[in-house]
Ligand binder design. Sequence first.
Ligand code: ADE
Length: 422
Amino acid sequence: MNDVMDDEKMIKLIEKGRKRIDWAMSHMKVLGEIGKRISMSGNMKDIRVSMALHTEAKTGVLAVVLARSGAHVRLASCNPLTTDDSVALALAEVDVSPGTLEVRARYDQDKKQYYDALNWTLDQRPQIVIDDGGDLIRILHTERRELLDGIMGGCEETTTGIIRLKALQGEGKLMFPVMGVNNADMKHLFDNRYGTGQSTLDGILSATNLTVAGMRAVVAGYGWCGKGISMRLKGMGANITVTEVDPVKGVEAVMDGFRVLPMEEACLDANLIVTATGCKDVVPRQVIEKLPDGCMLANSGHFDNEIDTAYLEERKGLEARSDVTAYDVDGRTIYLLSRGRLVNLVAGQGHPVEIMDMSFAMQALGCQLIVNKASELPAEVIPFPPELDEEVARIKLSSIGYSIDELTDEQRIYLGSWEHGT
Ligand code: ADE
C-alpha cells in the first residue's frame, strides 16, 4: 500500500474492501448463525482474541462476528503477501463497538513488519489466539512467554500449524489447549479439498491466463489439498502426475486415475508443478535444473520453502506478469508464481466464501468451547467434538435448502446390535 496514497484513491480502496466484506458476509450463513448464538450466550463478552489469519474478506467477517459477540479482536496477517489492503482498511470502518476490532496488516510486508504486527496483536494480552500456520503460538512459546499465564487456549486453522503444534506437544512444551480446527471434518474435508482445489486454480489462472486443457501438471502431495488441486486440474483437462512420500496416498492417487512418480522423473516434461505438501525442499535445485523450458512453479502450501526460491533468486528475475517472475536457468525460462508463496491467496482470492463460512464457523465455535471449558481442557491439540461438526453440517444443509433422513428407532437398535446375520 502506498503510504502517500491520495484521499480519492484511499476512499475508493476502502469502498472496494467494504463491498468485499459485505458480499462475503451475505454469503456466510453458517458463521452468521453461529455468531448469533454466541452473541446470545454472552460468553465471548470482553474476551481478548488475537488472530493471525490471512487478512482478506472472509477473515474480516470472522473478526466482525467475534467483535459483535463482545470480544476484543486484534487481527494481523499470517503471511506477508496475503493481505487484501482494501479489506484491512475497510475493517477500521465497520460498525462495531469502538475499540473492539483493530487490524494491523498490509500487503507485502518485510520480515520485521510481519513480526511486529504479530507481536502487536499479542500486546493486548490475549486470552484466546487464533493462528494459521503456528507463528503466533511459536512467538508465545519463545519471545513472549510472559503472556502464557493469561492464555485460555488457541485455535489452529491449517495442517502446517497442527504439525508444528504436535511437535511442540511431543516435546512436552505446549502450554495451553489448542483446538485442532483443521482436523474437524467440517473444516478439512471441504476447505483443504474443495477450497484449495478451487482457489489454487483461481490463483494460477489469474496469474497466467494460460490454458489448463492438455497441460502436463505435477501435483506434489496427495493430502486433502493435493487431492482437491488434482481433481480441479483434471476437471479442466490437465494430464496429472502426483508425487508422494506416503505409499497409501500414492495408491489413492493411482486409483483416482493419476500417474505417480518420484519428483525427479515427474518434473522432466512438466508444464506446471504445484506443491501442496507442508514440507520443505519439495522442488529442490536439482529438480529445477532438470525442468523443461517454460515450466511454471506454484505453491499452495503454507510456507514458501516447498520450492527452492533461493536458487532461482541467485539469478535476476524479470516480472513476466504481476505474480509471475521469469528466471533464466541455463538458457531455459522457468516461471515462479507469487514468489513461491500461497498462489491461491496471493494471485487468487483465497478459498471461496461458502467454504470459509464453514471453516470460520468452526473457528468461532472453537473460541466458545475454550471459554466454556478452559479449566477442563489439557494443554494439548484438542480434537474437535463430533457433535459440533454435525451441528455445523446441519446448519450448512439447511442454509442451502437440503435435509437428510433420520434413523428410525428400529434402525438405531439394529445398528447397536451384533446378533443378527444373513
Ligand atoms: N482465506 C482466509 N483464510 C484462508 C486460508 N487459510 N486459506 C485460503 N483462503 C483463506
